[in-house]
Design a protein around this ligand. Structure first.
Ligand code: SF4
Length: 192
């Protein structure tokens, strides 16, 4: 699948576009996943994720996907599994020092990132791999975290609005002053 991996990097912009939309769908499905139980959907989603990303990116199912920060080049394919590379041993032509027939995944990553809208994220330092997440679905984890953050932001906005209204009630007059009635609207008893 090495050729497909290189294809994914060459089309990193397109994959970025697809993933952004896909993630929005996954976030929108949060109420459904919550109702079914994230534990129950974990396995089937992970099976699909493994098959699809395995084909496209040689994914190793690390459970904390960083493809959108690495130009769509999976860093787990680096023989040293460097999360912030390259290592410094890159050969002439951008080939890996451990596997000379393979292009360095980080050289590929920088190439892919240069094609992406959010390519600058490759400059951010990534945290070390959490091995306890291996085999789990990164799709579910990322979308669940995003949905939780969105819910928290919505709740905070509601709370601050409720607080603002309470303050407004404290300072509002007991009754609103009545506007003066136009003379044409005054009901005179002597008129039919
Ligand atoms: S970063 Fe992890 S989840 Fe993403 S493609 Fe690589 S191994 Fe798979």
């Amino acid at each position: 699948m090495y050729r497909i991996r290189l294809f994914a990097v060459r089309h990193a912009r397109g994959f970025e576009w697809i993933y952004t939309r896909f993630e929005a769908v996954m976030v929108a499905l949060d109420p459904v996943f919550s109702r079914l139980g994230y534990n129950r959907v974990e396995r089937p989603v992970a099976v699909v994720e493994r098959a699809l990303k395995g084909l496209l990116f040689d994914c190793r199912m690390c459970g904390q996907c960083v493809l959108s920060s690495t130009g769509m080049s999976c860093p787990m394919n680096c023989p040293k599994q460097l999360r912030n590379g390259p290592c410094g041993g890159v050969r002439d032509g951008g080939f890996c020092e451990v596997r000379p027939a393979m292009r360095c995944v980080w050289v590929e990553g920088w190439d892919g990132a240069s094609r992406m809208r959010g390519g600058d994220r490759i400059r951010e330092v990534l945290p070390p791999v959490d091995r306890s997440l291996e085999g789990s679905s990164a799709w579910l984890r990322a979308s669940r975290e995003k949905a939780t953050a969105l819910r928290a932001a919505r709740d905070a906005a509601r709370t601050s609005m409720a607080e603002a209204f309470a303050e407004a009630r404290d300072i509002e007059p007991a009754s609103a002053p009545l506007a003066e009635e136009p003379s044409s609207a005054v009901n005179r008893g002597d008129q039919p």
